[in-house]
Design a protein around this ligand. Sequence first.
Ligand code: AG3
Length: 279
Amino acid sequence: MELFDEGLHSGVNLALNVEKVIYREKTDLQDLMIFENSQFGRVMSLDGAVQTTEKDEFIYHEMFVHVPVLAHGKVSRALIIGGGDGGAARQLMKHKNIAVTMVDIDRTVVELSKKYMPSVSGGAFDNPRLDLVIADGCKFVRETDEKWDVIIIDSTDPHGPGEVLYTQEFYTDCKSCLLSGGIIITQNGVPFVQESELKTSYDRLGSLFKDVSFYLAAIPSYVGGVMAYGWATDDMDHRKVSVSKLAERYMEADIVTDYYTPEVHLAAFALPLHIQKML
Ligand code: AG3
């Protein structure tokens, strides 16, 4: 049987059985593959790195979305940069009063996810509250006059095409697209194997925002342990929200989740010492 061999981090390889290749294409922008694996269901990889799997995407996307949305409490506009598989969009759509703009550079990812992994976007692309823009996210945030309450940067890792989404310039442009009290969340990799990325983001975001931190979740298909989401806002109160306030908002939002709970939300911000020492 073919093995998918992810050599994303030096010295470690994630090997996944390829039960069946569903789709494989090298587009102008990236090398994309969708295959079937007995543990993870369908798996989408870009440039040899696992992006999304049917079985564990809920963890990644619920924590990406419900943490900032419920911490903020009054989100009416959200922007996703990347996220072409539609997973973050699906979670945002659960909040009935949120309008979403999603900017992805590669239409192919959107189309293939819809076709071969439909549960990931779960109809989000057909929802009139979603405005899908196929464009370069960097250029988009530099040029738009619009503003959002939450910006979710659902990018690939900082190698190749995704690298620009980790620069000081990009974060500065994102900040100018935030409404007052707004929050930016980033995909910040797995600290154990991507320590320097964590530190770099911390410094870059730290020079722009009053409150910069990370929160954690273990995504089984991302090798190396827990992954970190970057958190950046000028509103110091969002991170101090109480568990009872979160529980109230969660009930009011009337959403169904499989990973997120208000308790998990707050606990995710507790950083183990070795991660604190990386900053
Ligand atoms: N964004 C995160 C990709 C991280 C890949 N890293 C890894 N395999 N360790 C994926 C997009 C999901 N919506």
